[in-house]
Design a binder for this molecule. Structure first.
Ligand code: CS2
Ligand code: MG
Length: 412
């Protein structure tokens, strides 16, 4: 079973996606997601220029060997571009292997450890009223766990909040397509940590008051706090029993989480910008976090994320795989097979894709009554409609960034 063809497909239905499609000499195809939000073409070029030529004529059944070859032979290790490219190859090979034996991928990963995958959705609002509406609408869609993000008094627009809907022309838009805004320059947002720290506990108090103690609630701090600020927030949120506080500090400093941990029992989640097990080494072995947030797409695929999660399992740390809309349906499906198979599953982030994306990527995974399931099609269960993909050429898009009131660029 040799790889005969490798195509890199960049398409932009609703937003940009990078997909690698491999075809074997016996006609089996497999696809993998290599989308890196706002830097899509870097991965596409890494794949086409440096990886595709190495794949032709390789044995498609040697997944581990191909992973080690791509990781070690490059000499330049880690980094989001490299690891997204390796992920695309890895998932495409798992798709092929599972199809070649006629099984859904999760069966090759050990079989199902649960019946369904608990998902959380993103509720947001610029004020409490809009937030409550958004929570209700998510509950109506079936979500049983909900992330809460809100506007902060005095700040015009904030990432993660049904965003920029306050700006003329954007009324009613879904924020999750907009973070990577299709524009020639990144959008600028504003930020004030002190206002945020004062405001957020009042939001959670209101949400608990309205929706009761049972509903699992999550929050994303998006790397904006210093360790001591994050410690203060974690402590202030304790009465509201969060499922997790995500990315409370910039992720690259693992020591920061030690300080946060010493001050609060609010569970901590981190890792959407990590790309190898080395980013987690101290965090896991010293039990400084509770959930691993990496995406299959950004962490070298199923092969490497499974190893990270098995390492985490020894320390009672669970999964919380990254799943916003910049993870394509291919990356999402791969995550669902892993979620179903591993023992230490925690929760799966799930934002619905738009209609054009769903037409381009035919999916067999399901979302019912708050639970996802990858389905039982052989492989990962997603097929790319190449003709449909061809209708949506790449569009320049950037994530936003923010500045403090005095003009200083801040973490976001
Ligand atoms: C967010 C994402 O889903 C999340 O937790 O942090 O929206 C993230 O900002 C984007 O995926 C960045 O590409
Ligand atoms: Mg996040």
């Amino acid at each position: 079973m040799k790889i005969e063809r490798a195509e890199v497909i960049v398409t932009s239905p609703d937003r940009n996606f990078v997909t690698l499609k491999l075809t074997t000499d016996d006609g089996i195809t497999g696809i993998g997601d290599g989308t890196l939000n706002g830097r899509e073409l870097a991965v596409a070029s890494y794949l086409s220029e440096h990886v595709v030529p190495l794949l032709i004529d390789r044995d498609a059944s040697r997944i581990e060997d191909t992973w080690q070859f791509l990781y070690r032979s490059a000499y330049w290790r880690r980094g989001p571009v490299t690891m997204a490219a390796i992920a695309a190859v890895d998932v495409a090979l798992w798709d092929i292997k599972a199809k070649s034996v006629g099984l859904p991928l999760y069966q090759l990963l050990g079989g199902a450890s649960r019946e369904g995958i608990l998902a959380y959705g993103h509720a947001s609002g610029k004020d409490t009223e809009a937030l409550f509406d958004s929570v209700r609408s998510h509950q109506e869609q079936g979500y049983r766990a909900i992330r809460i993000q809100t506007g902060v008094p005095g700040l015009k627009s904030i990432y993660g909040v049904a965003a920029n809907v306050t700006q003329p022309g954007n009324e009613g838009k879904r924020y999750d397509y907009e973070p990577a805004q299709r524009a020639l320059r990144p959008a600028e947002e504003d930020w004030d940590t002190r206002s945020y720290l004062r405001h957020l506990p009042t939001v959670f108090e209101a949400v608990r008051g309205e929706f009761g103690p049972e509903l699992p609630l999550l929050h994303d701090g998006h790397h904006r706090m210093t360790p001591i600020q994050a410690a203060k927030l974690g402590k202030a949120l304790e009465p509201y029993d969060l499922f997790w506080l995500e990315d409370c500090t910039p992720a690259e400093n693992q020591q920061a989480l030690r300080l946060v941990r010493e001050h609060t029992t609010t569970p901590l989640a981190i890792g959407e910008v990590f790309n190898t097990v080395w980013d987690y080494q101290g965090l896991i072995s010293e039990q400084l976090i509770d959930y691993v947030r990496s995406a299959v797409t950004h962490t070298g695929g199923v092969t490497h994320l499974k190893k990270i999660l098995e390492f985490a399992a020894q320390y009672q740390i669970k999964s919380g795989i990254h799943g916003p809309t910049d993870i394509s349906p291919v990356g999402m499906a791969a995550a669902l097979h892993l979620d179903l198979a591993i023992h230490n599953f925690g929760i799966q982030e799930y934002m619905k894709h738009g209609d054009a994306t769903n037409r381009t990527f035919k999916q067999s995974f399901t979302f019912e009554d708050g639970y996802l399931h990858p389905g039982d099609q052989p492989g990962i269960g997603v097929e790319l409609d190449v003709d449909e993909a061809g209708k949506y050429p790449y569009q320049t898009a950037y994530l936003p960034y923010n500045r403090l009131a005095d003009g200083t660029v801040h973490d976001w």
